[in-house]
Design a protein around this ligand. Structure first.
Ligand SMILES: [Zn+2]
Length: 293
């Protein structure tokens, strides 16, 4: 079962956020009907979203992560919230490539290297916080680690994995963000780096039946691990007819008038969950009236 945990280790010098996200990723991949490589890229982004969303302090806050490197995937965007619910879309869900030299799905190949990773945090202030770093490898986990280090000055290790079954369903997905708190002993970084290189991949451990808590206990054995809280991350879209109405009104009077004069039923599909909202002639007229106020 999907689970996200927050913990500290080494007397609070290390902060850990980790999740199993198999069901969440499977749902997102099915909604967007992703090809295997696209599924792996999208799944890593969704997992990153759930992890980073849970780092937000307030329930109303949201975080959006975008990665756009000029590759076949045509960009991936995810938005998540403090309760670790997440939604997203991939520009080209059919993006797929032969396995890379390591025999793995070529996520970096479809993301591309010419572009940036952008993080937008909306914390209810006038302007959202926007941080950006260039794509380093296109594998997403390493790009996020690089982002944390250069843009937020927090040395971090990020592991993200998605294992796709032969029938294209998601066999295992999960990830972790491990951060050094300011003033942490440098030796801690060395010990952790070494240990993270030693362990099997997170998806390998999950598909072997280990829960996320077991995995973190295994990594942080003898390191004063303190599990603080756990929650269930999930793929969930919060769209509604009212929200789509607002979006329609915001496109402006002229365009609405054009839609109205065509006299057809206007169909709008949500990018995140593919749900279709339709507005008949009369409803479009009402929105036009509202936009003219
Ligand atoms: Zn939706």
């Amino acid at each position: 079962m999907d689970k996200l945990i927050k913990a500290t280790a080494l007397n609070g010098d290390v902060r850990i956020i980790a999740a199993e996200s198999t069901e969440l990723v499977d749902k997102g991949v099915k909604i967007h009907q992703c090809a295997p490589t696209a599924a792996a890229a999208f799944g890593r982004m969704l997992t990153a979203g759930a992890l980073m969303g849970s780092m937000l302090k307030s329930k109303q806050d949201s975080i959006t992560i975008q990665i756009s490197g000029g590759g076949e995937a045509k960009g991936v965007v995810v938005t998540s919230y403090a309760d670790a619910h997440v939604k997203g879309y991939i520009g080209n869900p059919a993006a797929d490539l032969p396995a890379n030299s390591k025999g793995k799905l070529d996520v970096a190949g479809i993301i591309g290297l010419e572009g940036n990773l952008t993080v937008i945090k909306d914390m209810g202030l006038k302007e959202p916080y926007v941080g950006q770093s260039p794509i380093s490898t296109g594998e997403i986990g390493e790009d996020l680690a690089y982002y944390f280090t250069v843009s937020e000055q927090t040395p971090s290790a990020v592991g993200l994995g998605v294992l796709i079954d032969t029938d294209c369903s998601v066999k295992a997905a999960g990830g972790f963000i491990i951060q050094m708190m300011p003033g942490a002993n440098e030796m801690v970084t060395d010990i952790l780096t070494y240990r993270l290189q030693e362990i099997p991949s997170i998806t390998e451990m999950i598909s072997n039946g280990m829960g996320i808590e077991d995995i973190i206990k295994y990594i942080f054995e003898d390191m004063q691990l303190n599990i603080l809280e756990s929650t269930v991350p999930e793929y969930r879209c919060d769209c509604s007819k009212e929200k789509v109405e607002k979006a329609l009104i915001s496109i402006g009077k002229e365009e609405l008038e054009e839609i109205y004069n065509e006299g057809k039923t206007e169909e709008i599909q949500c990018h995140f969950c593919n749900k279709t909202y339709s507005f008949n002639h009369e409803e479009v007229g009402k929105l036009l009236h509202e936009s003219s106020k």
